[in-house]
Write a protein that binds this ligand. Structure first.
Ligand code: PLP
Ligand code: COI
Length: 346
């Protein structure tokens, strides 16, 4: 029987790290169907040494959050979009799709069972949910697995980038993250494995992360290693890169909607050239983990470009942050279908 009494953690200083919570969800795919599903207290998974996830990276993951509201209820933000994106990742890597209903009910079960660890309203912290699917079983040739595990764990988190709403600086990567016809649109481990070295090089030079450029000409912005990119142009337009090798971010599409409908801005998914950065007066990284993280300066080769300020968030970025987080934490009305309440009672 899960503990429902709120535990006490240092909610304001959680950072983005793993806390082993009591419960996680597991389901097994065998003989062409999903079976054996439910919660477990075992945080470890024992699988065969030949499992395709180990050697050939046959796996995909998702990331979304549960938000504690002022009235104590708990919101999930657009979980159907994460379910859809995982289904697309599964298609790309020849894995069985996790049905939307099963995906969402797994999220509900994990949040409910670990509700003592949902950060309180007003701390800015949230319960991060990490659904994933892996190909398992005896194998050695390059081919898809016959069996799979789908699992969801949770961990309470704060800021992904140290600054929060204070801008931090980013570095243009000297490496590509994904190819145009590769797996950039899928949330699969290989994209992140290839981002470890460039990410480390950026950290060593004091940057928060790197920003990838298009893999053909290296003239256009693609995305941050762990988030999409957006900018505000001199004439007040919300712009964000359009590319076949970036992750279709739920946050990015939500911001495109909110900029247009709630803030009355013009919006565009378009090419953003690194030799035209003067046209952008604000910029940010956006994603579930990153939320909206303002980009202060951007180092491209020997040039260092400051968007709005290295120390203060720009006014439009702040407005977008207030709109987005207001909806997520239940303080502002949400567009239809964006919020799903978690049923916390038995
Ligand atoms: N781009 C990458 C590479 C990411 O890892 C993420 C995080 O999920 C995003 C973008 C943002 O996507 P979302 O807003 O759906 O979290
Ligand atoms: C997310 O925002 O959910 C991510 O997956 C980003 C990162 C932690 C990989």
């Amino acid at each position: 029987m899960p503990n429902t009494e709120q535990v006490n953690l240092d909610w304001e200083n959680l950072g983005f790290s793993y806390h082993k919570l009591p419960y996680r969800y597991r389901a097994y795919f065998k003989d062409g169907q999903w079976c054996q599903q439910g919660l477990t207290e075992d945080a470890n998974i024992t699988i065969n040494e030949g499992s395709p996830i180990f050697h050939y990276g046959q796996g995909a993951f998702e990331g979304l959050k549960a938000y504690r509201c002022k009235d104590g209820s708990v919101n999930l933000f657009r979980p159907d979009q994460n379910a859809k994106r995982m289904q697309n990742s599964c298609k790309r890597l020849l894995m069985p799709e996790v049905p939307t209903e099963m995906f969402i009910s797994a999220l509900q079960e994990v949040v409910k069972a670990n509700q003592a660890y949902i950060p309180p309203y007003g701390t800015g912290a949230t319960l991060y949910l990490r659904p994933f699917i892996i190909g398992i079983g005896e194998n050695v040739g390059v081919k898809p697995a016959k069996e799979y595990i789908f699992s969801v764990f949770a961990t309470p988190v704060g800021n992904y980038f140290k600054g929060g709403l204070t801008p931090t600086n980013f570095l243009a990567a000297d490496y590509d993250r994904a190819a145009h016809k590769g797996t950039g649109q899928s949330k699969v481990g290989g994209n992140y494995a290839s981002s470890l070295l460039p990410g480390n090089l950026a950290h060593e030079r004091g940057f928060s992360d790197c920003i990838y450029l298009d893999p053909i000409e290296h003239r256009k912005i693609e995305e941050v290693g762990s988030a999409n990119f957006f900018g505000i142009t001199r004439d007040g337009k919300f712009v964000t890169p359009k590319s076949p090798s970036i992750l279709p971010s739920v946050t990015k599409y939500s911001l495109l909607y909110l900029a247009k409908h709630n803030l009355g801005m013009e919006t565009a998914e378009t090419d953003i050239y690194i030799d035209q950065l003067d046209n952008l007066v604000e910029a940010g990284a956006c994603g579930t983990a990153a939320v909206i993280s303002p980009i202060g300066g951007f180092q491209v080769g020997d040039d260092f470009h400051v968007f709005y300020s290295e120390t203060e968030v720009g006014p439009v970025t702040r407005k977008l942050y207030d709109e987005l987080t207001g909806i997520q934490f239940g303080d502002k009305p949400a567009p239809k279908g964006w919020i799903l309440k978690v049923d916390l009672d038995d």
